[in-house]
Design a protein around this ligand. Structure first.
Ligand code: TYM
Length: 329
């Protein structure tokens, strides 16, 4: 049995990238393994949310995750800030994390480029907190999308470094995990880059069918293939990538053949793609509102998750303190 940790920042609604990159694998793992699922609301502070928005964001993301089918009866579902033990492990790990390696992290460099007026220390040490989230439960598998691959590499490095430094074999080195072997990067509809929460290129699980059709029909394409065997352009490749995760293989084959023979009509492809996306999102969307309305249920899930997660986290922090050399007087 593996120990699995999965998380999401509470900075925006769940999109197809989150679902196919991480959630779907978690759903498949939750029944056979010891699974922890949490809302990363400390990580969310790097974007400086307003106090009046923070709680609502957490509730929304939690409800969306539960609506996907995460079962709090079998998995431990909790909110990161309900488990303050993680901040102690984060502090301890920070002592062995080096500025150079943190500055070289791709996600940090991207933030420096995109938001030069808010390069806070939380962003720099983001991978350390993420490592703490994972190793505090001694996880060995972490279902994530491709964009988190480097963070997982750093998690392994921090775990290994701790073990080496204290001559112990305490923390396992966790792997980024996907059932299909390769980690996924779900692209956005704007022709470039990955689908993101704030890029304006996403399809959200909470979107109505009308919104989804509108977004997909507007997705960037090109003027169409002109010679058989031609490579699709980036925006068209992206539509095929999304199609591969939401549609049946026969549908993918049909449009791949149409593209290869230069007979493809992007309008038809988009119509099909939108309907296949709606098949995935519709049942989830309806559940989101039901769950959000049930305050008692959400409170119960979070309270019992916090208790279970704290028990596991407190044990690790206690043992880590001993390994480091803290002793009672
Ligand atoms: P976040 O909130 O950005 O994304 C949550 C999960 O969704 C995946 N994902 C994608 N996968 C494929 N294609 C995409 N376009 C796409 N966009 C997002 C992410 O890879 C992630 O698995 N740092 C994490 C949150 C976190 C965490 C952790 C995750 C904090 N501590 C410990 C796992 C374990 C993050 O920002 O995810």
């Amino acid at each position: 049995m593996d120990t699995v940790v999965s998380g999401i920042r509470s900075t925006g609604n769940l999109h197809l990238g989150n679902y196919f990159g991480a959630v779907k694998n978690f759903l498949r793992m939750q029944h056979e393994n010891k699974c922890f699922f949490f809302i990363a609301d400390y990580h969310a502070l790097t974007t400086h949310p307003k106090p009046e928005d923070l709680h609502g964001n957490i509730r929304q993301v939690l409800a969306e995750y539960l609506a996907c089918g995460i079962d709090p009866e079998v998995a431990t579902v909790f909110v990161q800030s309900d488990v303050p033990e993680v901040s102690e492990l984060y502090l301890l790990l920070n002592m062995n994390a080096y500025i150079g390696e943190l500055e070289r992290t791709a996600s940090f460099k991207e933030k420096v480029r995109k938001q030069p007026d808010n390069i806070n220390a939380g962003l720099l040490t983001y991978p350390v907190l993420m490592a703490a989230d994972i190793i505090i439960h001694k996880a060995n598998k972490v279902p994530v999308g491709k964009d988190q691959e480097q963070h997982l590499e750093m998690t392994r490095r921090f775990a290994r470094r701790f073990n080496m430094m204290y001559g112990v074999n305490y923390f396992p080195e966790p792997d980024a995990y996907n059932f299909g072997q390769q980690l996924l990067k779900i692209p956005g509809l704007d022709g470039t880059g990955k689908m993101g929460k704030s890029e304006g290129n996403g399809i959200f699980l909470a979107d109505t069918p009308h919104e989804i059709r509108k977004k997909v029909m507007r997705a960037v394409t090109d003027t169409g293939p002109t010679a058989p065997g031609q490579e699709p352009s980036e925006p068209v490749k992206n539509l095929f990538t999304i199609m591969k995760v939401v549609s049946d293989q026969s549908v993918v084959n049909y449009f791949t053949d149409k593209f290869a023979s230069c007979e493809i009509r992007y309008g038809d492809m988009k119509k099909q793609l939108a309907e296949d996306i709606i098949k995935v999102t519709d049942p989830v969307r309806e559940r989101i509102n039901e769950i959000l309305a049930d305050k008692k249920y959400l409170a119960k899930v979070v309270a019992s998750g916090a208790e279970k997660a704290r028990e596991s986290a407190a044990k690790t922090v206690r043992e880590v303190r001993e390994i480091i050399g803290y002793k009672p007087f």
